[in-house]
Design a binder for this molecule. Structure first.
Ligand code: ATP
Ligand code: MG
Length: 448
C-alpha cells in the first residue's frame, strides 16, 4: 500500500475526549472515528486490524470444531418473548417498530435466534454435538459507553453456541471453547487468565471470564502468580481427548474479579508473595446454561431411548472489537502502538527518505515488490513529508518493522531495518534485508 494513496488521518495532538491510552492511540493513528456516543467507524488502518483479529478468532474456533454461520443483527421481539427475556433484558436493548408496527430489536446477543434455528432443524441426538458461531455486530445501549471501542454501544462479537445431549457432553463442549480461547488470545500476544464468573442476565451455573491484566481495566482482579506461567495448549491439540486436565491446570489456583472476590479465601489459598492484585479487561466470556433456553423454547431432540429431551446448551463470546483496544493497552510505548505481528495492520513500513529522487524511488519500488511477492504486507511511505514526521507516524501506527531507504544508504548499498518493539537497528544489503524481514515476519505470524 502506498501511503500517498491511502487514508491515514493521524493526529499529532492527543484528543481531549480520550481517557485511556488505547482510545487515544486509536484516534491518533487514524484507526477509528466516533460516529456518535459508543458508535465508531473503522478507518482503513483500524479495519485491517479488526479483520486480523477476527481471522485469528475464526481459525481457532474452526480448529476446535465449531462451524461458522451468520445471523442477522435485527431480530423480532416475539422470539425474545418465547424465552422470557424480552421484558427481563431492560434498557440496554435497543427496541423499535418496523413500518408495520412489528416490534423489532437490534440483537445484543443471539441465544434465542440460534435456539429457534436449531429447534426447527434438528430432531435427533445423532445430530449432536454441534457448535455454531458467527462474528456479527451487536448493540447494547450501555449506560456509560466509554474508552472508545473498549465499551462501545455497537461492537463486534464472536458468539458461539453449543448443543449437546447431556450435561457431561456439554461440559466437554465448554472445555473445548476454554482451550480455544486460551489459544486465540495467546496468538494475539495476550496472556489471558480464566476467572470464575457470574452469569448475569444470560444465566447458568458454569462460567468463566477471560481477563487480561491492564491498569486501565474496568474490573479489579485477584489471582495467583503461577497461573500466569501455565503454558498455552499447542496448535495440534486433540480436541476430542479429555480436556479436563488442561482446564484443571488453569483453574486450580484462585482467580476472581471483584464481583466474585472472596478476600478471606484469597488470603488463605494464595501465599503472600504469589498474590496478584491488579486491574483487568474482560475479552471473552463462556457460559454453560443447560436448558435455560431449550426448555422454554421447546428445543428438544430424540435421545437414544426414543424419549424427547431438551438440549443442553452453552454460549461463548469474544469481544472482537474490544480486543483491538485491549491489545494496544497491553502493547504500546511512549511513541505509539507496538503491534504484535499476527495482528499488525501492515508487517513492514517502508520509509522513503527522499521521495522524488530517481534512485531512491527505484530502490524502494524494488524492495516493495520483493517483499509483497514474498507475502509480506508493506505500508510504503512514498510521500514528501520530512523524515522526522515520517518516523513519528510509523512509530505511532506501530508497524512491527521499519525499512528505511535514503540516498546515504543507497550509496553504501545498505538499508536500515528498525524493529519497532525493541528499537534495535541493523544495516543490511538489499537481498539480505529482504531475506531477514521475510524470515522475521513469518516466524512471528503465529505466536502460539
Ligand atoms: P461487560 O461485563 O464488559 O459489560 P458482558 O459480560 O456484558 O461484558 P458478554 O455478554 O459476556 O459481555 O459479551 C461477550 C464479550 O463481548 C465480552 O467478554 C466482551 O469482550 C465483549 N463486550 C461486551 N460488551 C461490550 C461492549 N459494550 N463493548 C465492547 N465489547 C463488549
Ligand atoms: Mg461477560
Amino acid at each position: 500500500m502506498h501511503l500517498s494513496r491511502y487514508f491515514l488521518p493521524v493526529l499529532r495532538e492527543t484528543p481531549k475526549e480520550a481517557e485511556i491510552i488505547s482510545h487515544q492511540l486509536m484516534l491518533r493513528s487514524g484507526m477509528i472515528r466516533q460516529a456518535s456516543a459508543g458508535i465508531y467507524s473503522w478507518l482503513p488502518l483500524g479495519f485491517r486490524v479488526l479483520k486480523k483479529i477476527e481471522q485469528i478468532v475464526r481459525e481457532e474456533q474452526d480448529r476446535s470444531g465449531a462451524v461458522e454461520m451468520l445471523m442477522p443483527t435485527i431480530q423480532s421481539a416475539d422470539l425474545w418473548r418465547e424465552s422470557g427475556r424480552y421484558d427481563a433484558y431492560g434498557p440496554e436493548m435497543l427496541r423499535f417498530p418496523d413500518r408495520h408496527e412489528r416490534e423489532m430489536l437490534y440483537g445484543p446477543t443471539n441465544e434465542e435466534l440460534i435456539t429457534q434455528i436449531f429447534r426447527d432443524s434438528v430432531k435427533s441426538y445423532r445430530d449432536l454435538p454441534r457448535n455454531l458461531y458467527h462474528i456479527q455486530w451487536k448493540f447494547r445501549d450501555e449506560v456509560r459507553p466509554r474508552f472508545g471501542v473498549m465499551r462501545g454501544r455497537e461492537f463486534l462479537m464472536k458468539d458461539a453456541y453449543s448443543f449437546d445431549i447431556s450435561a457431561d457432553a456439554a461440559r466437554h463442549a465448554y472445555n473445548k471453547m476454554f482451550v480455544a480461547y486460551l489459544r486465540t488470545f495467546a496468538r494475539m500476544g495476550l496472556k489471558s487468565i480464566p476467572m470464575a464468573a457470574d452469569t448475569g442476565p444470560i444465566g447458568g451455573d458454569l462460567s468463566h471470564e477471560f481477563i487480561i491484566l491492564a491498569e486501565t481495566g474496568e474490573s479489579r482482579v485477584f489471582c495467583h502468580a503461577d497461573t500466569l506461567e501455565v503454558p498455552t495448549p499447542p496448535a495440534d491439540i486433540d480436541f476430542d481427548q479429555d480436556l479436563q486436565p488442561i482446564i484443571g491446570q488453569w483453574t486450580r489456583h484462585y482467580a476472581a474479579t471483584d464481583e466474585k472476590h472472596d478476600p478471606t479465601r484469597f488470603e488463605k489459598d494464595v501465599p503472600e508473595p504469589k498474590r496478584v492484585t491488579a486491574r483487568g479487561i474482560e475479552i471473552g466470556h463462556i457460559f454453560f446454561f443447560g436448558t435455560k433456553y431449550s426448555e422454554p423454547m421447546g428445543c428438544r431432540v430424540q435421545g437414544p431411548d426414543g424419549n424427547l429431551v431438551a438440549v443442553q446448551m452453552g454460549s461463548y463470546g469474544i469481544g472482537v472489537s474490544r480486543l483491538a483496544a485491549a491489545i494496544i493497552e497491553a502493547s504500546h510505548d511512549a511513541s505509539g502502538i507496538v503491534w504484535p505481528v499476527p495482528v499488525a495492520p501492515f508487517e513492514v513500513a517502508l520509509v522513503n527518505l527522499k521521495a522524488g529522487d530517481k534512485d531512491t524511488d527505484a530502490a524502494c519500488a524494488d524492495l516493495y515488490g520483493k517483499l509483497e511477492r514474498a507475502g509480506v504486507s508493506v505500508l510504503y511511505d512514498d510521500t514528501e513529508e520530512r523524515a522526522g514526521a515520517k518516523f513519528a507516524t510509523m512509530d505511532l501506527v506501530g508497524v512491527p518493522y521499519q525499512l528505511i531507504v535514503g540516498p546515504k544508504g543507497l550509496k553504501s548499498g545498505e538499508f536500515e531495518v528498525k524493529e519497532r518493539k525493541s528499537g534495535e537497528r541493523a544495516s543490511l544489503g538489499q537481498d539480505a534485508v529482504v531475506k531477514r524481514l521475510v524470515a522475521d515476519v513469518s516466524g512471528q505470524r503465529t505466536l502460539a
